[in-house]
Design a binder for this molecule. Structure first.
Ligand SMILES: *Cc1c(COP(=O)(O)O)cnc(C)c1O
Length: 240
């Protein structure tokens, strides 16, 4: 049973997110159906996931492997595509490959090879994105630009893992316009690597943009936006 008040609140926020997404797509002459909305449900329980699912949402994101697996098990009756949007620790790869339909956070050739070894063992296809650290922030995860070369090199030897694009989690800025240069830079980086002969399919997706700045990300070419707060409300403070 879905709580009626929760269901209608989430349906309303989801509708608002869809209309923001559609307006941003229209402004940039893009087809809104070419943009995948990932509902980031971290810290929220299965009731929230069910409510969003009932309102038509099918892609959900989690930033922690264990929390994601627990939640996915609680709503295992629903055909949901789970996205791992947070850092993937070495010792969690075995758990993550399979249950997560997408992994957004590949940041080293070693991690990519490990994901592929396990995906190959299970004969399970895994699309992954390469998380790029454009800001050079010591505290953030992501591959520095100069590591992309070795990641694409590793990608050419993958058997079951398909690199499908780039992901960005830029430094937080209040003003969405201030995030625009980061989004633009990720797209430019994508174009640069295409120019160097990396296959189109490896660079098809740009996962960028969150609740407060996803319209700007769409204007700059995002194909996947990861939205939590604008759908589910603000998160309670949780221990890290
Ligand atoms: C939490 C999270 C989001 C969603 O953030 P909101 O501001 O709540 O929309 C997106 N991407 C990643 C990697 C996250 O951890």
């Amino acid at each position: 049973m879905i709580d009626v008040a929760l269901a209608s609140a989430i349906a309303a926020s989801l509708a608002a997110v869809h209309s923001r997404l559609e307006r941003a797509a229209a402004r940039s002459g893009r087809d809104p159906s070419s943009i995948r909305l990932v509902a980031v449900s971290k810290t929220f329980g299965p009731d929230h996931v069910r409510a969003a699912f009932a309102a038509g949402q099918r892609d959900f994101g989690e930033n922690r492997v264990q929390e994601g697996l627990t939640k996915a098990a609680e709503v295992a009756d629903l055909p949901i595509a789970w996205h791992l949007v947070g850092h993937l620790q070495w010792n969690k790869v075995r758990k993550a490959v399979g249950p997560f339909a997408w992994i957004h956070s590949v940041d080293s050739p070693e991690l990519l090879r490990r994901i592929d070894a396990i995906a190959t063992e299970r004969a399970s296809r895994v699309p992954v994105l390469v998380q790029v650290d454009l800001a050079g922030e010591a505290t953030k995860y992501g591959a520095p630009e100069n590591v992309l070369d070795s990641i694409f090199e590793a990608a050419s030897q993958c058997r079951f893992t398909a690199v499908t694009g780039l992901m960005l989690l830029p430094p937080y800025v209040e003003d969405p316009e201030a995030a625009r240069p980061w989004f633009r830079r990720l797209r430019a980086l994508r174009d640069e690597w295409r120019g160097r002969g990396v296959p189109e399919a490896w660079l098809a997706e740009l996962s960028m943009g969150m609740s407060h700045d996803f319209e700007v990300a769409i204007e700059e070419g995002a194909t996947i936006v990861r939205v939590g707060t604008a759908i589910f409300g603000s998160r309670r403070a949780v221990a890290a």
